[in-house]
Write a protein that binds this ligand. Sequence first.
Ligand SMILES: [Zn+2]
Length: 374
Amino acid sequence: MTDATAPLFLGAGIYRRSSYGAFHPLRVPRVSTVMDLSRALGWLPADRFRTSPCAKPAALQIWHDPDYIAALQLAEATQQVDDATRARFGLGTAANPVFAEMYRRPATGAGGSLLAAELLAGGGVVFHPAGGTHHGLKGRASGFCYLNDPVLAIMALRRKGVGRIAYVDIDAHHGDGVEIAFADDPQTLVMSVHEERRWPFTGALADAGRGNVFNLPVPRGFNDTEMQAVLEGLILPRLAQFRPEALVLQCGADAVEEDPLSRLSLSNNAHWGVVAALRGVAPRYLVLGGGGYNPWSVGRLWTGVWAVLAGHDIPERLPGAGENVLRGLDWPGHSRGRNPPAHWFTTLRDVPRPGPVRDEVRARLAALAERGAP
Ligand SMILES: [Zn+2]
């Protein structure tokens, strides 16, 4: 007998065989590692897994511009873009290149978020690690994101009659696309914790939307103790005040020490602590992926997220089948891929990275705490 309230995992085969190209940070496998590792550990029985469908253009147009979707499909079909398309839609750039599945892959991620909204209409927990593409804009690709699946998930939940929806983003980068979509909507609470002075250079402490937007830029070296302070001093109190009917957590794995694209210093314990603390805050809980460009740290982190959601104990040392999945990864073109430390193969859990809660973090939390209710 299966438990209808148990968490569901959304994945698809397309993430395994597609790449953004040999020199792009998203040349590394991510979601396929989480699926393989979870299965190797016996944590992903067939009844907990759902395949993400590829979203049709009409479904994407609940937010995205039809002209942009048409340009994205044409670029996939022809495998080229002209200068006007590149300038107008941000397609065919270094960040958002032309590649074989450039419509189907993001549309499958978006299809997963739309499916999650259906699955969560009556309540529940869904993990969709291919989701979390928070930089996508209404009519333009940006920051490796062609579509914005968190926005689509929130809009689809709203169409199901869900009222207050909270979005929490702990990726190293500001969730700019989601903030743009909902900054004027008091029914959506938007919180982002991100590295200061890093692309896309938005998400300033003072940017408040209509009172429903909370941005916390954090300094380099942001540690596990500081994340706990943010959880207790910002995220949990605001959620308690807002009483969301649905909660979407963007759980980007690029805020950990080993990630090549940021300078934050979290261990994966920090992410797992947030995932666990937010469970039960709302009757509908959608946990998305996001950034994460070290193939070992992203695979270990998100597999641990699934363990937290599904109630599995994380072993001190991985059994052989799990270790084999991690030993099968490589990181071409990056120095850290040449001689990875043993614990990237043999464990899921990082050694915790505690530290002082620095004055600037305290001061910014105090500034946000002074603001009224959204
Ligand atoms: Zn990121």
